[in-house]
Design a protein around this ligand. Sequence first.
Ligand code: MSP
Length: 574
Amino acid sequence: MTPHRPTQSPYYITTPIYYVNDRPHIGHCYTTLIADVAARAQRLIGRDVFFLTGTDEHAEKVVTTATEKGHTPMEWATINAERFKDAFAFMNFSNDDFVRTTEDRHKAKAAEYIQRLVDSGDIELGDYEGWWDGSQEEYVTETVAKEHDHKSPVTGKPLEKRVEQNYFFRLDKHESWLKQQIESDAIRVLPEARKNEILGRIRQGLNRVPVSRKINEGDPDWGVVMPNDPGHRVYVWIEALCNYLTITDTEQRRKYWDAPVHLMAKDIVWFHAVIWPAMLRALGERPPAVVYAHAYWIAEGQKMSKSLGNFIEIDHLRAYADAFSLDAVRWFLTTQGPLGANDADFAHARFIEVYNADLANSIGNSASRVGNMIAKYFGGVVPGVCNGEFGFPDGSSLQTARLALENAGKPVADPSRTFAFEPLCRQAVSAAVDAIERIDLEAANQHALSIVRYVDDFISYCAPFTLAKQLDTLDDGAHALRSILYSCAEALRIASLLLHPTMPEKTAELWRNWNCDHLTDPDDADSPFVAPLSELAAWGGEHAIKKDQSISKGDVLFMRADPNAQAPRGETVA
Ligand code: MSP
């Protein structure tokens, strides 16, 4: 099979790089999952994707925690970076690279960018006095400090008054440009609520921002030294932001810097929507195309915090994956998560409700009903081909199905009803693609589910099991049954393509059972698909379910869950 070569523009998507002072939890997995689903969806559409995640290692709190734990900062950073890598492998993320900011490839380039900003006069020396939030590694403004009683607005820990001679980045120079870029959506800040918030803050005026700290005697050798002044260290946030560029600033990867998409939660949107684009402009680089800041996961109705000890840990997610499959966890997080402006609650009862409604009773049930009927009535071999003859609309088959119901003395729901699979699938695919472009992954999945629900509705309406009992007596009975089951299988194939980014394992299992290996190419490193979605998903097209394709029933994809069973719990080792 010839691997398909993406023809559309490259797509670069990033997650924040995470602090390594502690192990990962659901929040880190969630942002990376959203990036993974978006990346997989764009690969499916046919784009050449680069998906980057990683760890931010030079924070002061890494040094503090390492000391508490009896490790060197590097040892502790490595222990936790490995935990992030393990967690992301468990979640089946398809990131193309994983950056650790302690790597030379990052440090060298970051220092180079800072030097360029010094040379151009965008970074200058000055005095700074401010409120330092050690728990967040950032200064907060006088107003914020006062509002929160001189405690961290995020963690509640006391703020520290610091006076320093620092290097500053002239953020003030970019005020009107930033306003214009964000207002006009040249830099799209999403969701809308975040855009308004950011614009409101910019309108209050932008000041210079400190980008370095003086190195004191005895300070650990941790972080990137100011390239023009060995007495100063680059403030970790400024260095960390550079990762998005340092890792793609190579000959092969430069093409991805066309229109980067940065994902994160609302806590750090200011850095990504304001400081980073201004730095890029000063460097003469393109600003990001999209800055998407979602809201937070909370747990069983409560904010997750260290003091409450209620973080949803990776082991907890593993326990859910053991009980319900990893793809069920991915589905729940993707469709129920805080992608918009509101926080989302990880509650067991809700997990079961969504699992049963969307997965066990819809996708899983439809696939096994169709597979079982093809096994039972056609010996597991797909009947008919998909052309005008067997693909719907085929009014005569529906007419025959109604007749079978009447013969059996069963009611016909609505005798005038018609089903048009081809336009239904085409519209669902096109709406899903639009949703993917907006990173509205919940909507994209709902469009996939709408095809599955249509199939269910269709099966309930035309009752192929009733029709199957009358094949000897109804003239067109066999033709109608073939036509009905072919349509169901082909519609589910198209739905499964749209479901693939969120549930790569379960859809692959369905394709194995249904012998759909003509959709994928295991040897293509860039994309698992042989053609772009527009071709793959064409009803009855080159990649459609084929006549005589054998379909084996396989295991049920999602077993129904008992709502009264105990919630799975992971054993988290401290
Ligand atoms: N190191 C910085 C980011 C530098 S990016 C150049 C940092 N790291 S962090 O470890 O604190 O990660 C913050 C990010 O983790 C959030 O923006 C979000 O992506 C994710 N989440 C952490 N807690 C979360 C929730 N409770 N819910 C959802 N996501 C959250 O900030």
